[in-house]
Design a protein around this ligand. Structure first.
Ligand code: CP3
Length: 364
């Protein structure tokens, strides 16, 4: 399986800790409902899961933002909930309400009854999508694979879908049935490792672990119920594939940056609650920072977008040894005007020209 050579390696170089000539940029949920072409393909597919399960369509929507904007990385089009779907929970998406499972994990017996699955068999469509996308990209930019963290997946599985109360049921398990929650997390951890490994073998060039709801855990519970498994997953992936960088994104994890960095992930994804300068000060230059503009900025006027981007890079000035990948602090809103993304990326390219090279080059 030979893929075309990579033409733009800014993103992978940054993840490896290099301060590049400008910050590479990609956006969480860059393929999605704010793009009319996405909505057209989704309509053609009929429903969201069909889109994920048809490699040609998943490939088509992955490339839509790459064709439209000067992005520096593509991300596999799929969803974190493919794993619970493969476990037989019966995933469907209700328009306007988000994900729903036909069966939630409510009792001890439900955890025990989770089937043993082979990811290559049950989630082989994801591997096929990855390989299809790598070929279609033709080396233009690298491809990111991803998985949800065990804790974040458990939140949805215990709740039966999206939550209106910050996953209170899952957080209750942490106190009422910690043993059961840890056993569910252990099951998911093994699957996440296999799932990411499958994506790497199929062609994923970096992996992002989404702990979207890690920040809901209490200070004393985060280590035990989320970070410990993120640490083991990161180590397992890095051991088997040292050349594929891992990005750990914990939404709401600003208070725990040092602990999250102890996973030794190559990069940390940051939400907008922490200034990049503070993260750089606390962590030092050993880890790449990814983030962290508030997605709400994209709903404002172009001048405001440009000003916020300038402010972000102004804040990062002086941290000449900290590698940086530009991203939003969470997924892009479906209400974002597509032309604002072009404004954003142009501003990022300008403002991040930096920071860098002249001081570190030596006279020959
Ligand atoms: O970033 C990308 O472009 C790749 C695609 C991607 C999707 N979901 C597509 C999607 C990725 C990386 C995800 C991850 C995901 N899915 C997360 C982690 C990231 C985060 O946002 O915290 C989570 C929590 C989910 C679960 C999920 N999937 C929810 C809660 C929803 C409904 C809410 C919403 O924003 O619509 C989804 C559906 C979903 N996943 C859509 C897309 C484009 C919209 C579905 C549609 O087309 O109707």
């Amino acid at each position: 399986m030979a893929f075309a050579p990579l033409q733009n390696d800014l993103f992978l170089r940054s993840l490896r800790g290099e301060v590049t000539e400008r910050s590479p940029a990609w956006l969480m949920r860059q393929a999605g409902r704010y793009l009319p072409e996405y909505n057209a393909t989704r309509a053609k597919a009929g429903d969201f899961m069909r889109l994920c399960k048809t490699p040609e369509l998943a490939c088509e929507v992955t490339l839509q933002p790459i064709d439209r904007y000067p992005l520096d990385a593509a991300i596999l089009f799929s969803d974190i909930l493919t794993i619970p779907d493969a476990l037989g929970l019966g995933l469907h998406f209700v328009q306007g309400e988000g994900p729903r499972f036909a069966r939630a994990i409510e009792h001890e017996a439900d955890v025990a009854a989770l089937p043993t699955i082979d990811v290559e068999e049950s989630l082989g469509y994801v591997a096929q999508a990855v390989t299809t996308i790598r070929h279609a990209l033709g080396g233009r930019v690298p491809l990111i694979g991803f998985s949800g963290s065990p804790w974040t997946l458990a939140c949805y599985m215990v709740t039966g879908g999206s939550s209106g109360d910050d996953f209170l049921k899952a957080r209750n398990w942490v106190y009422q049935r910690p043993d059961l929650m840890l056993s569910l997390i252990g099951r998911l951890e093994a699957l996440v490792i296999d799932y990411c490994t499958m994506q790497i073998r199929a062609g994923a060039q970096a992996i992002q672990l989404f702990d979207s709801w890690g920040g809901l855990l209490a200070h004393g519970s985060f280590e035990r119920f989320s970070l410990a498994s993120l640490r083991r997953i990161t180590a397992a992936l890095q051991n088997a594939h040292p050349d594929v960088p891992v990005i750990v994104f914990v939404k709401g994890g600003g208070g725990w940056l040092e602990r999250i960095a102890s996973t030794r992930a190559q990069a940390l994804g940051l939400d907008w609650s922490v200034p990049l300068s503070e993260a750089a000060t606390r962590l030092g230059p050993g880890v790449c920072l990814q983030g962290n503009l508030d997605p709400a900025v994209l709903l404002s006027r172009p001048e405001a977008i440009e000003a916020e981007v300038r402010r972000l890079f102004e804040d990062l000035r002086g941290f000449n040894e900290t590698a940086h990948v530009f991203n939003l602090g969470h997924g892009i809103s479906q209400f974002t005007p597509p032309e604002h993304v072009a404004v954003l990326l142009e501003a990022v390219a300008q403002a991040s020209q930096r920071r860098s090279l002249p001081q570190t080059t030596h006279p020959r």
